[in-house]
Write a protein that binds this ligand. Structure first.
Ligand SMILES: *[C@@H]1O[C@H](CO)[C@@H](O)[C@H](O)[C@H]1NC(C)=O
Length: 418
């Protein structure tokens, strides 16, 4: 009798799982595959811990957060932008002049933004100059944008809302022009929901793309990147690097030679989740880690990475629970217990930790062959969640999309360690 009930119970569970995994149209509908996140390499000596970035000074504090990228033309000549859509030039300590405001329709997929059609939004992310001195930037709302820095006029080269090979890139990330005028750029996430957390623990879907301005066409070079972030086209254009936030590594895509069209890992096992890649002023790279991966903290997206069916099941159960909870909240709108439960499930409970990162700054220096040759930390807590480190003549400059500040540090402070 008892055994019978247990068997029936197991049968019902199995039948539910099979039904959930095969139910047509229930999101997420895309195929889930196994992925691998290489745990952090063991770092030795000063690279394991230091507080070098704490020598940085606050250089500029603006009215708006969202300073994700910048072009450092020189010390005291920096082009950057923020979440108000403003593009501005910093011309000295705490001195800036606006260049223009990017204005695109506010995307309906952004819950913090009204979905009415009148309102305009702009948020320039990755930026670099093109070969004629115009600014290229990936606007969060608009996509690939070219800006004349003298007149402030701008042109939407590749609009975000137009699908490329059937998919929309939800997070336009970074851009780099080749000598022949073609433009490489990255999309963070093309999952149907556009959800960042779904990208991290669900199915990697970021892309590396190439825009041909003559044919006005876009080619997809890689489409399985784990939240593709910063890119870097090396000087001889033999390969292009793309950082993969969710995989704590940097992919190298070959543009020339025997391996043309193939990719491998330039570096992985980083002690955190990488962002923009910029020159270190010699022949290597500086790349911040937006959040660290150490004994105290990891995003945990690697935990279920080998079990695609289990991950898909989690997502479908989550979808059903959220649907039920939304109905329940319609009946009991202010029920604190239901509200807490909803935010717990939305945040994937114990499966993912994206928001509670420790208050540290991390910048990795890589050699031209991908070896980690420096790791610089800030531990005071004022500098966190860095997205880019760019060098001028005497200073290195740091920005963070969650902040309204630009910090700078004398490059000597970094070289002292090497
Ligand atoms: C630039 O524009 C922003 C609005 O996006 C405004 O808040 C800021 O004061 C302007 N800065 C200057 C220097 O005019």
């Amino acid at each position: 009798m008892g055994v019978n009930i247990v068997l029936k119970f197991i049968a019902i569970i199995i039948a539910s799982v099979v039904l959930l995994l095969n139910f047509p149209g229930l999101p997420p509908t895309q195929e889930f595959t196994a992925f691998h996140v290489e745990p952090p390499k063991k770092l030795e000596g000063w690279m394991a811990s230091n507080s070098i970035l704490d020598q940085a000074e606050l250089y500029y504090e603006g009215p708006h957060v969202g300073i994700e990228s910048m072009v450092v033309l020189d010390d005291n000549n920096i082009i950057t932008g923020d979440l108000s859509g403003a593009l501005f030039r910093i011309i000295g300590k705490q001195k800036a002049v606006n260049i223009t405001h990017l204005e695109y329709p506010c995307s309906v997929e952004e819950p913090h933004v009204n979905s009415d059609h009148e309102r305009k939004c702009g948020w320039p992310l990755g930026m670099r100059l093109d070969n004629s001195g115009n600014l290229l930037t990936m606007d969060y709302f608009g996509g690939l944008t070219k800006v004349n820095l003298k007149t402030g006029k701008y042109e939407n080269l590749v609009p975000k809302h137009v699908p490329i090979e059937g998919k929309i890139g939800h997070v336009p990330e970074d851009v780099h022009m080749a000598k022949d005028g073609s433009i490489y750029f990255s999309d963070g996430n093309t999952n149907p929901s556009g959800d960042f957390n779904e990208e991290l623990i669900g199915q990697p879907s970021g892309r590396l793309l190439k825009y041909d301005p003559v044919k006005n066409s876009v080619e997809v070079l890689l489409d399985d990147l784990h939240f593709s972030n910063g890119i870097f086209l090396v000087d001889d254009e033999s390969f292009i690097l793309v950082s993969e936030y969710g995989r704590t590594g940097v992919r190298r895509y070959y543009l020339k030679g025997e391996k043309k069209g193939q990719s491998d890992y330039f570096v992985d096992g980083l002690p955190g989740y990488p962002d923009n890649i910029r020159s270190n002023g010699r022949d290597g790279f500086f790349m911040p880690l937006y959040e660290p991966w150490n004994e105290q903290f990891s995003m945990r997206n690697h935990v279920l990475s080998s079990y695609p069916l289990l991950r898909k099941l989690v997502f479908r159960i989550r979808f059903l629970l959220l649907t039920i909870l939304r109905q329940a909240l319609n009946l009991l709108p202010n029920n604190a217990y239901l509200i807490d439960l909803e935010s717990y499930i939305k945040g994937y409970g114990p499966l993912l930790k994206t928001l509670q990162g420790p208050k540290v700054a991390t910048v990795v220096e890589l050699s031209k062959s991908g070896d980690i040759i420096g790791v610089f930390y800030g531990i005071k807590g004022d500098i966190t969640e860095l997205s880019q480190f760019s060098v001028g003549k005497e200073y290195g400059y740091m920005v963070s999309p969650s902040n309204n500040k630009v910090w700078r540090i004398r490059l000597e402070e970094l070289k002292g360690q090497l």
